[in-house]
Design a protein around this ligand. Sequence first.
Ligand code: SF4
Ligand code: SF4
Length: 340
Amino acid sequence: MDKMILLKDDLSKFITELLKKNKVFAPIQSDDTILFDQITRPSEMNLDFCKSEIPPKNLLFHQTETLFKFTPGTKAKIESVDVDEKKVIFGIRPCDAKSIAILDHAFKGDYEDPYFLSRRDNTALVGLSCNKPEINCFCTSFDDSPASSKYVDILLTDIGDKYYVEMNNEKGKQLTEGMSNLFKHAKESDAKKKKEVEKKAVDMISRHQKTNGIVEKLDKIFENPFWKEVAFKCVGCGTCTYLCPTCHCFDIQDESTLTKGARVRVWDTCMNPEYTLQASGYNPRPARTNRVKNRIYHKYNYYPKNFDVIACVGCGRCIDLCPVNIDIIDVVTRAGEVKA
Ligand code: SF4
Ligand code: SF4
């Protein structure tokens, strides 16, 4: 891995270079929230944030997308859509980058999703270490760090008047080809400074979730009344799932008139009672308790069993934004303590 330095004064030049060959998506201020959107010049970015309210997963797994268009009738014609262009997500946090690696398992398992995978291939992730984790951040509970370069192509860490730059792979190197005037080799002292900045950020994380043995423990308490207690407050709004960077439930519908139609995919949520409602009228998760429990089991039991990774990155969004203060750190920690 190449370790470089980018002067802060040169950040705009770096972004301008990226914009010449790519669509660039970066954190921007939108009313009083930060979200990732396409920028056309560096001054549109706002890098003074911890996490965007909406995670950048929507850039790869669109909230609404047309899978293909068709002409109904006996001679039905299908018209494919969406050849993706080169894209850079600049400023993605290490936790959100990890969430994309977690989504990979769902979208390139036995059934490959060409829409997600094409965007994934055409997207470079330029991460930005998180120097000021917030109250509900807990990425360190999963052996990760707010300055981890593991899941990005390039990671920038603010170390004062410059960025410490870790070029992680070929994709990262190719992205910066022809920009050698902007990047200088890092010194030992720069690497040391990055470690100090990382430690300071890690030390700021005050909340921790106990996940030791959680997969096996959840196997034993599926029918425990604990889940009814957890679900009691939930109003089923789905906020925790729509804003979770690892959640990926979707629905597919055909929208058509007599002469034209489209197959459309939209985000869905397992917190919605209709999500599992079958055409026969049978619903395997009829009660809120079933649905709240499913959200936890999907992340901490089914996903690790299938893919060997917990499907939570500790971003804390579901805690920040749940209208009734259901707190996943608390729920999972307490689940670990429930008598089986
Ligand atoms: S479950 Fe909550 S804390 Fe974990 S990744 Fe999803 S939104 Fe973030
Ligand atoms: S955000 Fe809170 S209230 Fe809304 S569905 Fe999730 S747990 Fe329930």
